[in-house]
Design a protein around this ligand. Structure first.
Ligand code: NAD
Ligand code: IPM
Ligand code: MN
Length: 353
């Protein structure tokens, strides 16, 4: 029997509430489809750990995780106790970089039974992928403050776009678009205002696109692109974006499909040199933590993406079917307009596998 070794990191806030539901559903899928899951539960990469140890992770974190097939991650961040840039650069952003998880794949899909905030949209009208660059771009620690504390204070924060890093995410997005029926790729840009990096980004899209004559390229400035997510979401198939643009689009996309409580993500190292990481798009949600009402679907769907990446496609499909079924006529959490608890939703989904 095949055994998949999974590092399980709940993190902070509702990460700790949705993780057990992820385990529940994945275990059920494993027993049905004949493989074993060996979870290693990890309490570091959390703000609780930071408060005890003065650091987010132990020194040998990389070795501990490298031996795993994948990382299943809840959410990190508790701004009341640890500044967000400290907790995130000390954990999640370190994983993405040091494990070279350069693709952040984030689907947005409107399901039957989920109230859509956009008028007149029905299930199937919204079904696209955001491919977010995940290791460079606007997310850097390069820069500094000059003349701090004075009226002449100047803050500089650099962005970094390498040809290597840009071409590989574009290539991934073109491949994904090519594999889909509509073969349509939206390239998020801002080449009017961001006058160095973004015209260059566009030129790399054209260069990489040479190898994909089947794929239609649609370059859009990020400002109108966000407007079209709301006004014409059916127009999108695959959207490729820099780190920051992709971050923003990947909360907006799922919000257009009803709730960010559904939205999963796969932080991939496609070469499999390092473990990939699977996590909800949402954060630790301090405003609802402790009530047991967080939607566990983002966590569960992320787990399904993880099983798919690890070769268990049937298990992925069964979990997704169960999610669809529950959204259609099962219990629902508050963000979906219902009163069900996190555990009730997890159990309902597990019960359909
Ligand atoms: P958030 O995603 O935690 O919450 C935003 C809003 O969405 C809140 O009102 C919350 O209640 C709601 N929400 C989120 N997930 C939900 C779910 N599963 N079910 C129902 N409602 C849900 O974003 P934030 O408030 O900006 O961030 C809170 C903390 O989480 C910060 O420390 C932030 O840095 C961190 N964060 C971490 C990650 C991550 O680990 N990947 C992602 C985003 C934010
Ligand atoms: C996400 C989150 C992170 C990001 C934060 C918590 C650093 O918002 O995964 O989308 O910006 O990438
Ligand atoms: Mn985000």
């Amino acid at each position: 029997k095949k055994t998949l070794k999974i590092a399980s990191i709940p993190g902070d806030g509702i990460g700790k509430e949705v993780m057990p539901e992820g385990h529940r559903v994945l275990e059920k899928a494993a027993s049905r489809f004949g493989f074993d899951l060996q979870f290693t539960d990890i309490e570091w990469a959390s703000c609780d750990y930071y408060q005890k140890h003065g650091d987010m992770m132990p020194a040998d974190w990389k070795a501990q995780l490298q031996s795993q097939d994948a990382i299943y991650f809840g959410a990190v961040g508790w701004p009341d106790t640890v500044p967000d840039h400290v907790s995130l650069w000390g954990s999640l952003l370190k994983f993405r970089r040091e494990f070279d998880q350069y693709i952040n794949l984030r689907p947005a899909r409107l399901f039957e039974g989920v109230p859509c905030p956009l008028a007149g949209r029905k299930a199937g009208d919204i079904d696209f992928y955001i491919v977010r660059e995940n290791t460079e771009g606007e997310y850097t620690n390069l820069g500094g403050v000059m003349y701090p504390g004075t009226e002449r204070e100047i803050v500089i924060q650099e962005s970094v776009f390498s040809r290597f890093g840009t071409d590989r995410v574009l290539k991934y997005a073109f491949e994904l678009a090519k594999s889909r029926e509509r073969k349509h790729l939206t390239v998020a840009t801002k080449s009017n205002g961001i006058a160095i990096s973004m015209p260059w980004w566009d030129s790399r899209a054209d260069a990489v696109g040479q190898d994909y004559p089947q794929v239609k390229i649609d370059k859009q400035h990020i400002d109108i692109l966000t407007a079209r997510f709301v006004l014409q979401p059916q127009r999108f198939d695959v959207v490729v974006a820099s780190n920051l643009f992709g971050d923003i689009l990947s909360d907006l996309g799922p919000a257009c499909t009803g709730t960010i409580g559904l939205a999963p993500s796969a932080n991939l190292n496609p070469e499999r040199k390092f473990p990939s990481l699977f996590e909800p798009v949402h954060g630790s949600a301090p405003d609802i933590y402790g009530k047991g009402i967080a939607n566990p679907i983002a966590m569960i769907w992320s787990g399904a993406l993880m099983l798919d990446f690890l070769g268990q496609k049937e298990a992925h499909d069964a979990i997704l079917n169960a999610i669809e079924q529950v959204l259609k006529d099962g219990p629902r959490t508050g963000d979906l307009g219902g009163k069900a608890t996190t555990v009730e939703l997890g159990k309902a989904i597990a019960g359909l596998i």
